[in-house]
Design a protein around this ligand. Structure first.
Ligand SMILES: Nc1ncnc2c1ncn2[C@@H]1O[C@H](COP(=O)(O)OP(=O)(O)OP(=O)(O)O)[C@@H](O)[C@H]1O
Length: 324
């Protein structure tokens, strides 16, 4: 069975929730032939939230964003954006999007393209402000087909923020950006959220989700596997990592010691590198107790919680095992 954990007491439980949802999916399903890309998905996003959408390849992230933007229609269920259909919300200029796919018009300059986006937006910002916010003012005269990958991403970002949107949807927005561009990008997004906008981004960079998102959604096979803050998702994974050095792995009988390590209780992963042991356990106390019971002498023992990336792997692997 798939379980979805929701949280109480986070930002959306209070003022944001009272403001009404920015996005609401109600039992939305979308299949392509036999492939069910989105499977009965229900979720609400609220103004002022920055939400990361995570999931392994093929989990349904892009399909979810397509449904949200009205680029595809659900087979069943409803998608509403600010209480209307996605297309109405987009026509009203309430939604900005930065998608992976879709080429940019390349015979024009960066400045001309951004001006066009501003001209088309019902509530546009000034072109020079949009260029500055996206960090592309200095390349405004450059032709779009002469840009590097990271610069192209910045232009896409400018197009998504050409006007006063209430919801910004980003599909893997920082792919190809260097560290400085990423930091500037997220600082701008943070400002947008602080001004009450909802920001939803799909990403494979879990450290970004951890650092940036107020809320993390984990999709798996088109279903919501987890929904909470990064801290809650990590706690949900329930595992700890344990590391230590073991001189016995350098001595005679190392193979036997290694075998006994593999048999430790509650172990979910074991990695040996020289005499350094790194393991993951769903009950670190019990595993460490059993470790000492082996009569070995671990040094430099450390027990720590999982990072979001490891938690994500643990949660999705557990679901794979359950549904296998
Ligand atoms: N146009 C399409 N026709 C047929 N199958 C599709 C189509 N688009 C997506 N799919 C399938 O639907 C499932 C979900 O795909 P989707 O692109 O939404 O996942 P994703 O989470 O965005 O993946 P990734 O991380 O690889 O971008 C996958 O199995 C994919 O192969």
């Amino acid at each position: 069975m798939t379980t979805t954990e929701t949280t109480a007491g986070t930002a959306r439980g209070t003022a944001a929730e009272a403001a009404g949802s920015a996005v609401s999916f109600d039992r939305v399903t979308k299949a392509y032939g036999d492939v069910v890309a989105v499977d009965g998905l229900s979720l609400d996003l609220y103004p002022g939230e920055t939400v990361a959408l995570l999931g392994p390849n093929g989990a349904g992230k892009s399909s979810t964003l397509d449904l949200l933007l009205g680029l595809r229609r659900p087979d069943s269920g409803t998608v509403s954006v600010f209480g209307t259909g996605p297309r109405e919300a987009i026509t009203a200029g309430r939604v900005g999007a930065m998608l992976q796919s879709g080429g940019l018009m390349d015979e024009v300059t960066v400045g001309e393209l951004v001006r066009l986006a501003c001209d088309l937006h019902p509530r546009p910002y000034r072109v020079q402000d949009v260029l500055a916010a996206a960090g592309i003012a200095q390349i405004a005269d450059r032709r779009v087909n002469k840009l590097s990958g990271g610069q192209e991403q910045r232009v896409r970002f400018a197009l998504a923020t050409a006007g006063a949107n209430d919801l910004i949807v980003l599909d893997e927005p920082t792919t190809g950006m260097d560290v400085t561009a990423r930091q500037a990008f997220w600082a701008t997004m943070r400002e947008q959220a602080d001004q009450g906008r909802a920001v939803l981004f799909a990403t494979h960079y879990l450290e970004e989700a951890d650092a940036i998102a107020d809320r993390v959604l984990v999709l798996h096979r088109g279903r919501l596997l987890a929904d909470g803050t990064a801290a809650e998702i990590k706690a949900r994974a329930g595992a700890r990592k344990v590391s230590f050095d073991l001189d016995e792995l350098r001595a005679d009988g190392a193979a036997a010691v290694e075998q006994r390590l593999r048999e430790l209780p509650f172990l979910t992963a074991l990695d040996l590198s020289g005499h350094t042991v790194r393991l993951q356990s769903t009950d670190a106390d019990a595993t460490v107790y059993a470790l000492y019971g082996l009569g070995v002498h671990p040094r430099n023992l450390e027990v720590a919680g999982l990072g979001l990336e490891q938690a994500f792997v643990a949660i999705t692997a557990a679901e794979e095992a359950r549904s296998a």
